[in-house]
Design a protein around this ligand. Structure first.
Ligand code: ADP
Ligand code: DP6
Length: 325
């Protein structure tokens, strides 16, 4: 039996990935994205390659994943690594998140990144971080960013095969220590349309998508500069605009994709001027609200008034660990 373990952080994209190019199986994005790895949301995974298994098995927080989901996500990473190492042995994957599944927070990015690192370790493969990010990407696009800590850029690339669609670290985790992510939980519901299905719908039906891609390309370096210079107001404003731009093309898809709820709209109204904080929403109603540590209490008070059931505070993650357990 070959065994490996790893822990990887979740990440939240400031410049978001929403829409694929080329072969959908390769998760190749239409645009570059930029994310922050989060210290408070992590996944630990143990992978065991075992000759007695007849297929791959994934167990998340003690619950076995259905076979179709196993094949569609984790299976792609495992197949790629089996191909590289020249083995045919199936694997058992045991994964645990350090936050409740019921919180409605996305954990697939951290989970697929941890799986990639743990499996490569189990198979004794010495792959560099660029290669590991490419393999994690094949499992789930946003997972390639969770191979790194700190502030991460995912280059969309142009190749059909995806060998230039990988991530790298832009700034280390301690580059902007005052910056903090506040995650209020308003809804614990699981989303009805997966990111994968949603992106397909937007790519095939949204007339505004082209406009969003122009916006992303025209403001990408401004986002990086705002972080480089630790300029909170500029960063908050751009964070808000990039989130809104993604949710605009979601709404413009047909049939419309709506991931936000009435609490999300309250957050948008409360923080939309970008003065003390900047919010961003993934494909779900719970926001990530970036602010400076000195504003933490003011932001929390507002969120309490809006009816947050729980509030998670996250700093920036230094990155994955290979001694997860
Ligand atoms: P998201 O995190 O993008 O909101 P889900 O939580 O629905 O989406 O996860 C999408 C898929 O990712 C799941 O169906 C599962 O196949 C895979 N996945 C999620 N977490 C893990 C994990 N810890 N290990 C392996 N695969 C995972
Ligand atoms: C809204 O990475 O989950 O979180 O590549 O199909 O697995 P697949 O999609 P996924 O989509 C993430 C979408 C997002 C934005 C982002 O993280 O950039």
């Amino acid at each position: 039996m070959l065994e490996g373990e790893a822990e990887a952080p979740s990440n939240i994209a400031i410049v978001k990935y929403w829409g694929k190019r080329g072969d959908p199986k390769l998760n190749l994005p239409l645009n570059d994205s930029f994310s922050i790895s989060l210290d408070a949301l992590k996944v630990k995974t143990r992978v065991t390659f075992d000759k007695s298994l007849m297929k791959d098995e994934v167990i998340i927080n003690g619950k076995k994943l259905p076979e179709d989901k196993t094949v569609e996500y984790a299976g792609k990473v495992l197949n790629k690594l089996r191909e590289i190492s020249g083995t045919k042995i199936y694997a058992k994957v045991e994964s645990y998140s350090n936050f409740p599944e019921s919180a409605g927070l996305a954990s697939s990015a951290a989970g697929i990144a941890a799986l990639t690192l743990a499996s490569a370790k189990a198979l004794g493969l010495s792959l560099d971080t660029k290669e590991l990010s490419i393999i994690a990407r094949i499992g789930s696009g946003s997972a390639c960013r969770s191979v790194f800590g700190g502030f991460v850029i995912w280059h969309a690339g142009t190749s059909d095969k995806g060998d230039d669609s990988f991530c790298e670290s832009m700034f280390p985790y301690d580059h902007w220590e005052e910056l903090v992510d506040i995650i209020p939980i308003f809804s614990e519901e699981k989303k009805q349309v997966s990111s994968r299905q949603g992106m397909k719908l937007t790519t095939t039906s949204s007339a505004l998508l082209k406009c969003r891609l122009d916006f992303v390309n025209n403001t990408f370096t401004d986002v990086i500069e705002s972080v480089k210079n630790r300029n909170p107001q500029r960063f908050f404003q751009l964070t808000i605009r990039h989130s809104n731009s993604m949710h605009a093309v979601m709404l413009d898809s047909f049939p419309p994709l709506i991931y936000l709820n009435s609490f999300s709209l309250d957050v948008i109204r409360a923080f939309g001027d970008g003065n003390i904080a900047g919010y961003t929403f993934d494909a779900g109603p719970n926001p990530h609200i970036f602010t400076l540590r000195k504003n933490l209490n003011v932001v929390k008070e507002t969120l309490d008034k809006l009816g947050a059931k729980k509030i998670i505070i996250s700093g920036i993650s230094p990155g994955p660990r290979l001694d997860g357990f």
